[in-house]
Design a protein around this ligand. Sequence first.
Ligand SMILES: Cc1ncc(COP(=O)(O)O)c(C=O)c1O
Length: 362
Amino acid sequence: MLTPYILIDEAKVRSNIEKMQKVADNKELQLRPHIKTHKMPYLAKLQQEYGASGITVAKLSEAQVMLANGIKNIFLAYPIVTKEKAELIKDINEQADTFIVGVDSLIGAKTLNAGMTGADKKLKVRIEIDSGLNRTGVTKDKAVSLAKEIVQLENLELEGIFTFKGAVYKGESTLDLEKSGEEEGSLMVGLKRELAENGIDIASVSVGSSPTAKTAANVQGVTEIRPGTYIFNDAMQVKFGLCDIDDCAARVFATVVGKYDDHLVIDGGSKTFATDVQPGHAPLNLKGFGIVVGHSNLTFARMNEEHGVLEFNGDCDLEIGDVVEIIPNHICSTVNLHNDVYLKTLDGEIKKEKVAARGHLY
Ligand SMILES: Cc1ncc(COP(=O)(O)O)c(C=O)c1O
């Protein structure tokens, strides 16, 4: 196989899927994994085989790819605000068994409502709540008034509320996943209660990321968790203590193309490895851009487009032509850089698999 490439270990994937499915099953919750991590219908179907109720996507075009591959229960957890996209949403809604779209503004809701004119069935929507990440989502105090407006729109059905914040507590990054998950779940369950007091009943309270799925699932009243990264894991999940290095199912293999006094150069840089999760930032303070498996003396210190620099102190037993195995800091945005990945199947066969929704960004 020609480096650099990603190799995925199916046995580890299955074990990761099974563990998260148990988290949901133990609490009788739906698991709706975010497929932005792998972008592959094959793995989305595997997650459903193990019991996932459906999938979450970030992009309209990811929903189209998954639907075209037979996945019919999809939550698009992203605000849609243009007429052109709302018209495409109408088509997906007709073809899917269940299709739900995120909304966090009245403009967005009205755009979706107009796009659904003449449709056979209503479009289910969930209001996105900002639970501390300060990204999209309305704050809790604005949610009831938005909900009251949405329920007036004839082509929409307010199905639920959702939030994403990851490892954040009281608005700050944290390593305390107990507190973070508890805060997330409680805020959302409290909001469901408040909506009910205002005469608005919703079915779903959807929360959770890979770091907080387990702890948010403990909050009574949560109905769904949406982790994504857990299927592969990465250097961030290892540092959070959520998994061991051995549980990381997707690794990048690269060849040493140069050896110098204090560093090696490998044949993969920022076009091979994601750079969005930088080393040395609190609270994780990751060492380098990934874990060089079996070589704790190497630090993946920097990258150019096609060069990765692995620094060492003292001796290094790797030579030009050797292949290294790296667990990237962030596997989701790393996978999105690759057209294909290799999959090591349960019987040890190596199969090439297309990352079908890779680069599908609208
Ligand atoms: C809306 C939403 N839900 C779920 C997830 C999954 O979180 P994680 O990748 O930590 O598993 C994300 C991740 O970005 C997200 O944006």
